[in-house]
Structures are given as structure tokens and as C-alpha cells.
Design a binder for this molecule. Structure first.
Ligand SMILES: [Zn+2]
Ligand SMILES: [Zn+2]
Length: 240
């Protein structure tokens, strides 16, 4: 399986990442991608950009060097299932929002606590996708949350970076993928790149999806048509 877009990447706006937006676009172009999502961290993370970063994203060209740029955010999930507190106007330009557990913002707790938080996130209209849900430090009732994603039109991310940095993620990701297949929940396959050279590197996730015989038509970033269809269904015409 190939991806045509990487919808989860970070720039130096989050200072634990190392490349500029233009460098990340260059990385996408080198990998032959048609689109990249810039999804820097929400302000709860200590080194995340100020909320004005998101407020101003309208000035980013739709296309840079032929690569379509999607303006995004990676929200931090709070222990009560809330997201980073931000002014509504700062979220105006956001076109794709992931929401993820991060240890600096949500100390791992119990399966019930994680499940309750994710339930609130799935029901939050600002969220498009659950980011790196395969992290074994945040176990949750996978079948319940995946079926809720189906009900609320959410996408589940398979995050290839998890296979390297979050030990034990591989089996979790495979199990989540099987459940998405069973419940017909769309997924997005991303790199979570924090540097230009990693953009579009989803080989580990792709290998796992092949193993579980995951249907390509459920991967929203597996073709331009599917990507376009996903964003059009949300009122955004990326490629016109
Ligand atoms: Zn993350
Ligand atoms: Zn990330």
C-alpha cells in the first residue's frame, strides 16, 4: 500500500522538531507525495507554539512547490477528555485535527479513564482523527471506541512512528486495524515526522496493514481521489 499524503507532521514551531514548513514540503515532494498536513502540537505541550500559530495559518499557500498543504493541529487530550483550551477563532483555519494522548499532558491512568477520555474526544466536533491510538501506555476499550468512531465519522490514525518510539505498539496497532476493518472505520496512515528526512516514511505501518489484509479503500490517504473525497465531505476542496 502506498500513501499519497502524510497528514501528521511537525515543524520547528514545536521546538522538539527540526525542520521548517518549506523543508517538510520538500521532504514530501522527494517522496512523491501530493499533500502534507502540518499538525503542530496544541498549546498544552510545553514547547508547542502559541495558539496564534494556528490563528495565522490562513497565510500558508494552499500549494508550495506543487505540494498541497493542509493546515492542521495535533490536540493534546486532557485527563477529563477535554482538549487544549484555545480561543475558537484560533481554530478557524484548522482543516485537519488529530487528538492524541501525550504523557506530558495526560499521565497514563486506567483503561476506564482512557476510554472515557477517548469517548469525549470522538464526540468532539473539532476532531477529525485519533492520533497514535496504538500507544500501549494508554490502553482503552478498542472495540467500543472504534465503533464510536464509525458512529461519529472519525478517522483512526495508524502512526508509523509508533512502531519505533512506542514499545509494544505494533500488536496494538494491528489489533486496532483489524477492528477498523471489521467496523468499516476509515484510517489515515502517517509518519508523525519531526524532521524533513522522515516525511512519508510509513513502511512499518504499511507492512502491518498488509499482514492484516487491510482494505485500501478505507485508507483516506491512499489515493488522491480518496483524500479529495474525505475533505470534500467536510466542505474543503483541496485540489480545485
Ligand atoms: Zn503525538
Ligand atoms: Zn505528532
Amino acid at each position: 500500500m502506498q500513501i499519497v499524503a502524510d497528514l501528521h507532521t511537525h515543524t520547528i514551531a514545536s521546538t522538539h522538531a527540526y525542520s521548517t514548513l518549506y523543508e517538510m514540503v520538500r521532504g514530501a515532494k522527494k517522496k512523491g507525495l501530493i499533500a502534507i498536513g502540518m499538525t503542530d502540537h496544541g498549546p498544552d505541550m510545553s514547547d508547542a507554539p502559541h495558539q496564534w500559530h494556528f490563528y495565522n495559518m490562513d497565510i500558508i499557500p494552499r500549494q508550495i512547490e506543487g505540494v498541497t498543504v493542509v493546515r492542521g493541529i495535533e490536540f493534546n487530550i486532557r485527563p477529563n477528555g477535554e482538549l487544549d483550551h484555545m480561543d475558537q477563532k484560533c481554530l478557524g483555519p484548522v482543516e485537519f485535527a488529530l487528538a492524541s494522548f501525550h504523557e506530558s499532558c495526560f499521565a497514563p491512568a486506567t483503561k476506564a479513564v482512557h476510554t472515557e477520555a477517548l469517548e469525549a474526544v470522538v464526540k468532539d466536533a473539532r476532531v477529525n482523527a485519533l492520533g497514535h491510538p496504538g500507544n500501549p501506555r494508554y490502553d482503552f476499550d478498542q472495540e467500543y471506541i472504534v465503533s464510536l468512531c464509525r458512529q461519529y465519522g472519525k478517522v483512526v490514525e495508524i502512526n508509523s512512528n509508533s512502531f519505533h518510539i512506542r514499545r509494544g505498539s505494533a500488536e496494538n496497532c494491528a489489533q486496532i486495524a483489524r477492528l477498523c476493518k471489521k467496523h468499516q472505520v476509515p484510517i489515515v496512515v502517517d509518519s508523525d515526522a519531526h524532521i524533513e528526512s522522515m516525511v512519508g516514511d510509513v513502511s512499518d505501518a504499511a507492512a502491518m496493514l498488509q499482514e492484516v489484509d487491510f482494505p485500501e479503500e478505507l485508507v483516506i490517504n491512499s489515493s488522491q481521489e480518496r483524500l479529495d473525497e474525505y475533505f470534500r465531505s467536510r466542505g474543503l476542496h483541496l485540489f480545485d
